[in-house]
Design a binder for this molecule. Structure first.
Ligand SMILES: *Cc1c(COP(=O)(O)O)cnc(C)c1O
Length: 398
């Protein structure tokens, strides 16, 4: 096939990171095999010198096994295509990717403003690591007004997640990007929700996009992986140096699983999104439900921003119930098709009873203490999922 420039991500995802044709046979496998990490050897010293020179020019080179081989390079290319970036750095988990972005781009004495709707363990990273290295932080709502009230002369980074981790609040990324630029701050966005396919923070003005490949990219609940993606060469250089210095390395088999999973990202995400909307419709008709949190749902307060900035949705939603926490526990325990678990983005449906403390730390206490349940709607039949939710609501009332 000749080189082409397909405009749609659906197409790019099937044509990026493929194996090269063999020079002698003119043949190649369709799926790139997992090329395990190995010590690297060079034909001669000139080849070694060329590798070092390329690396100092900021190019991806393989001079040592830790950097990963062809499978890693292919996955990095896929992350760049998804996010519209120039360089992607792999990490052994989504949290390790967040850590890399923070450690690489913040110096001692710097201050970071963090949107309070961000992934919970960021607070652990902050309290356990960043604070020891002289980086201070403030949490507030993810709006320009709230950030501006907390900004200091030494604030160097805005760290946000959009939509938010528990209640899927849409943030105004273009406005935040403009604000960050005005004050010399780097805007880092956790884009695990969008995973590059339905939301592209770099195109909306962000400097850094972080993705937990553990979720929709891998898509099969069988690996841990993260990526940091950037466009800017200076940011890429800082990330590259720190990625190297911190000793980050990803197993080739995990990179391969992510590469295999990502080929079906579009259809999995579309199907999860369709099923999630069907579940929203079911909940909207139920008297026990006080509120639905899902930006693709027309009554969600973030719906207009979602329509403006996103090209699709996924299987994540949250519901606030009018009944008490004991009833919410009965509801969750009665579900048969939803696993009780923290992750999401796989093939299966999952449920989590959100801790009140987590909601409070996310700056939010919705509907006067109504219990909130977060759901990942998977690839099961939506009729079966709705029947399960229906019987669990009956169990909650009992
Ligand atoms: C799961 C998750 C992470 C962390 O990813 P891991 O691979 O589990 O470490 C980061 N951000 C968001 C929004 C997540 O949902």
């Amino acid at each position: 096939m000749s080189e082409s420039n397909p405009a749609h991500l659906d197409t790019l995802l099937q044509h990026t990171g493929l194996a090269e044709f063999d020079a002698d046979t003119g043949a190649a496998p369709v799926a790139l095999p997992s090329m395990r990490t190995s010590t690297v050897r060079f034909r001669d010293l000139e080849a070694l010198d060329a590798a070092h020179a390329a690396r100092s020019r900021g190019e991806r080179t393989v001079a040592y096994g830790r950097m990963g081989m062809d499978t890693h390079a292919a996955l990095e290319e896929v992350f760049c295509k998804l996010e519209g970036g120039e360089r992607a750095f792999l990490a052994s988990s989504g949290l390790a990717a967040i850590t890399l972005a923070m450690m690489a781009l913040l110096d001692a004495g710097d201050h970071v403003l963090i949107a309070d709707c961000s992934y919970g363990p960021v607070r652990t990273l902050d309290a356990t690591v960043l604070s020891r290295f002289g980086v201070s932080s403030t949490y507030c709502r993810g709006t320009v007004e709230a950030f501006e009230a907390q900004r200091r002369p030494e604030t160097r980074m805005l760290y946000v997640e959009s939509p938010g981790s528990l209640l899927f609040e849409m943030l105004d990324l273009p406005a935040l990007a403009e604000y960050a630029k005005q004050h010399g701050m780097v805007l880092v966005v956790d884009n695990t929700w969008g995973s590059g396919y339905i939301y592209q923070p770099l195109a909306l003005g962000a400097d850094v996009s972080v993705v937990a490949g553990t979720k929709y990219v891998g898509g099969h609940s069988d690996l841990m992986l993260g990526a940091v993606v950037v466009k800017d060469a200076a940011l890429a250089k800082r990330l590259d140096d720190n990625h190297y210095a911190l000793g980050y390395s990803v197993s080739a088999d995990d990179a391969w699983l992510a590469l295999r999973g990502v080929r079906t990202l579009p259809i999995r995400m579309r199907e999860c999104a369709r099923n999630a909307l069907a579940v929203c419709e079911f909940f909207a008709a139920r008297p026990e439900v006080s509120r639905i949190y899902h930006p693709a749902w027309p009554q969600d307060p973030g719906h207009a921003l979602w329509k403006r900035d996103c090209t699709g949705s996924n299987g994540m939603l949250a519901v606030a119930f009018k009944f008490d926490r004991a009833a919410a526990r009965r509801f969750v325990n009665a579900l048969a098709l939803f696993g009780i678990g923290y992750s999401w983005g796989g093939f299966e449906s999952l449920v989590q009873l959100v801790e009140p403390a987590a909601l409070k730390s996310h700056g939010y206490w919705p509907d006067d203490g109504c219990p909130v349940v977060r759901l990942h709607i998977g690839l099961e039949s939506p009729e079966d999922l709705i029947a399960d939710l229906q019987q669990a609501l009956a169990a909650a009332a009992a």
